[in-house]
Design a protein around this ligand. Structure first.
Ligand code: G3I
Length: 305
């Protein structure tokens, strides 16, 4: 198969990209998206500040445009993200505990019902753990006012809102075995043991020279899969260029393919020119939508040509 999406499909996986609604009118962007990708993740449009900037006033326009585009092309959608400390409107941080709990559950329920049947998997909670060796939860309005239990509550609310959607926990710097991924692992293990609804774990996989693809990437994905959840590579980008970047991308794809419960890969953007990394060339297509060596390596690893 000659595209990323079709080659991934042949391997029983999706291959997705983060998409911004503002570029859906650009022909090079859209033609590349439509040709190559079988899944999309709205890059910013489903975040709390985008959909509920003011309490109980929901604005879905930009996210709806992405979801409609995906549906019209038969692409699946990853919903990103329901509960996150960043891109959170100020009014949320100002609430007291009881009100915050109610606002969190109302937000999850309203957004998930709006997209019921249209979103394959949701990042229910994003980036709730600290970096470094402590394994502790990250400070956030949710953590600080509701305690560790906010994550469990979010997942239970999400399951009730759309029972068919896959519910994921998503984080970064958890790609290899390390204290942060150990802490997430312990949480997922506890959730599975106690019947807290969780279906998948997302590994963002933002790599650069200081944080390269870990040598135990596959083993880490596998240990989570062995807990009985799917794993997904959710925000892949790799700084660099040329052969080194291509090799790293190929290694990521091979790691996913080696784990039967690794159900898909999403790269965090279509083209280098719109990457969240203001400098650098971390993606598969350059600014002219020309395929890079990294593209060829990904396609080859997927068994395409
Ligand atoms: O919406 C405003 C717009 O009104 C304004 O005109 C413009 C001017 O700069 O800013 C716009 O907001 C920007 C937003 O993206 C939408 O374009 C923010 O400044 C900018 O900070 C924001 O960056 C996003 C970032 O998350 C915010 O945390 C990136 O695009 C997005 O790629 C990035 O994605 C995150 C994932 O959600 C979670 N994991 C890490 C990943 C990379 O940081």
């Amino acid at each position: 198969a000659g595209t990323l999406g079709s080659a991934a499909t042949a391997k029983g996986r999706y291959f997705g990209a983060a998409v911004s609604a503002q570029y859906l009118g650009e022909s090079g962007y859209v033609s590349t998206l439509n040709r190559e990708f079988s899944s999309v993740t709205p890059e910013n449009e489903m975040k709390w500040d985008a959909v509920e900037a003011n309490r109980n006033t929901f604005t879905f326009g930009s996210a709806d445009r992405i979801v409609s585009h995906a549906q019209s092309r038969g692409m699946s959608v990853r919903g990103h993200t329901l509960v996150w400390h960043s891109q959170l409107p100020g009014w949320v941080a100002g609430l007291g505990a009881a009100d915050l709990r109610s606002a969190m559950n109302h937000h999850i329920t309203t957004v998930m019902r709006h997209y019921k049947g249209k979103v394959l998997a949701w990042d229910v909670v994003n980036e709730a753990f600290q970096d470094g060796g402590s394994g502790a939860r990250r400070s956030s309005p949710f953590q600080d006012k509701l305690g560790n239990g906010f994550i469990e509550e979010a997942f239970r609310t999400a399951r009730a809102a759309d029972p068919a959607a896959k519910l994921c926990y998503n984080d970064y710097n958890t790609d290899g075995v390390n204290p942060k991924s150990n802490a997430v692992y312990a949480m997922v293990k506890d959730f599975k043991a106690r019947g807290v609804p969780i279906d998948c774990v997302g590994f963002q996989s933002h790599f650069n020279s200081a944080s390269p693809v870990p040598s135990d990437y596959r083993a880490n994905l596998q240990r989570f899969a062995d807990l009985g959840v799917d794993v997904q590579i959710t925000e892949l980008d790799i700084e660099g260029s040329g052969g080194a970047q291509a090799t790293a991308y190929g290694n990521v794809v091979n790691a996913c393919l080696a784990v039967s419960r690794c159900t898909g890969i999403t790269v965090w953007g279509v083209t280098d020119k719109y990457s969240w990394r203001s400098s650098g060339t971390p993606l598969l297509f350059d600014g002219n939508y020309t395929k890079k060596p990294a593209y060829d390596a990904v396609l080859a690893a997927l068994g395409g040509s």
